[in-house]
Write a protein that binds this ligand. Structure first.
Ligand SMILES: [Fe+2]
Length: 299
């Protein structure tokens, strides 16, 4: 193993497609939200190749806090992302009651961070939640039309802290590891107050810190300088990750920050019809349960 990448074996990909073809997205989401039914669904994928894949995935995850899974099926809906996530044997985080997978298409006409063409921030998802999800899965439905755009990056917390220490960035380390800060999510109308990071876990999103500052929260040092220092250090300790059609990134939402670079569009007919990056995103509530810790799957 040389990096965080692994291939989904062709037989697993076929099994996954087979389940997808026999089920609607709605029925898969309903079953995935029930622990017993979710595990029964995963049993449908069980094979020697599936267990070997889980084994490799668990090793990659432990070593890198993220994994890039290549050669997953690319369907024109969210089913493949949901089925691939069964490999982590964790509870899904639902939204709007019974939905699991979100579909995003980048657009030049939105100011929504998740769909704007502007490059994003290094962040963790749902960072003002009481218990943020432990895993984010991003599945590529359509890559950016321009090579080198829409790239992802993952900065592991341990690497980020080591880089900041090496730089002697004491104020930035204090902001992350010692200061009690407020974070406000304008969209979800959530807020959280506390210390953002320890040596082993982080919750972080520049926009929620800025939103808190707009509401009067004080920071011990100029916020933008510290955010800039974190961004630069995260760039140094991360590598660009390009997802092709069907590829997926699984990333720890507590031990790593993730980032998406600038995106492009190709107009088919200005202004409404255009090609752009499309992704599926879902969240898992708990750390993955791997075969070693799950006797049910270890036979
Ligand atoms: Fe995110």
């Amino acid at each position: 193993m040389t990096g965080p990448e692994l291939m989904l074996p062709p037989s697993v990909s076929e099994a996954l497609l087979g389940i997808a073809e026999r089920n609607t997205l709605e029925s898969l989401e309903a079953r995935a939200l029930d622990t017993t039914q979710r595990r029964a669904l995963a049993e449908g994928l069980s094979s020697f190749q599936w267990r070997a894949f889980l084994d490799e995935l668990s090793r990659v995850w432990s070593a890198f806090d993220h994994a890039v899974v290549r050669s997953c099926p690319a369907l024109n809906d969210e089913r493949a992302a949901l089925l691939l996530a069964l490999s982590l044997d964790s509870e899904f985080k639902p939204y709007r009651g019974c939905k699991i997978v979100k579909h995003f298409k980048m657009s030049p006409w939105t100011t929504e961070l998740s769909q704007s063409l502007r490059d994003g921030h290094f962040h963790t998802d749902l960072n003002t939640a009481q218990e943020p999800p432990r895993v984010t899965l991003i599945h590529c439905r359509v890559p950016d039309p321009t090579q080198g755009y829409g790239v992802l990056r993952v900065a592991r917390l341990c690497d980020l802290l080591a880089e900041l220490r090496q730089q002697g960035a004491e104020e930035t380390l204090r902001l992350l590891l010692s200061d009690t800060v407020d974070m406000v999510d304008d969209r979800a109308q959530g807020s959280w107050s506390g210390v953002m990071a320890s040596e082993s876990a982080i919750r972080f999103h520049p926009e929620t810190l800025r939103a808190a500052q707009r509401r009067g929260a004080r920071f011990s040092e100029p916020l933008e300088e510290q955010l800039n220092a974190i961004h630069k250090a995260a760039l140094i300790v991360s590598q660009p990750i390009e997802l092709g059609m069907g590829d997926a990134l699984l990333v720890s939402n507590t031990r790593a920050l993730h980032y998406r670079g600038e995106c492009t569009v190709q107009y088919l007919e200005f202004p409404r019809h255009f090609q752009a990056r499309q992704i599926h995103v879902l969240h898992l509530l708990h750390e993955p349960l791997w075969p070693e810790s799950n006797p049910r799957q270890s036979t």
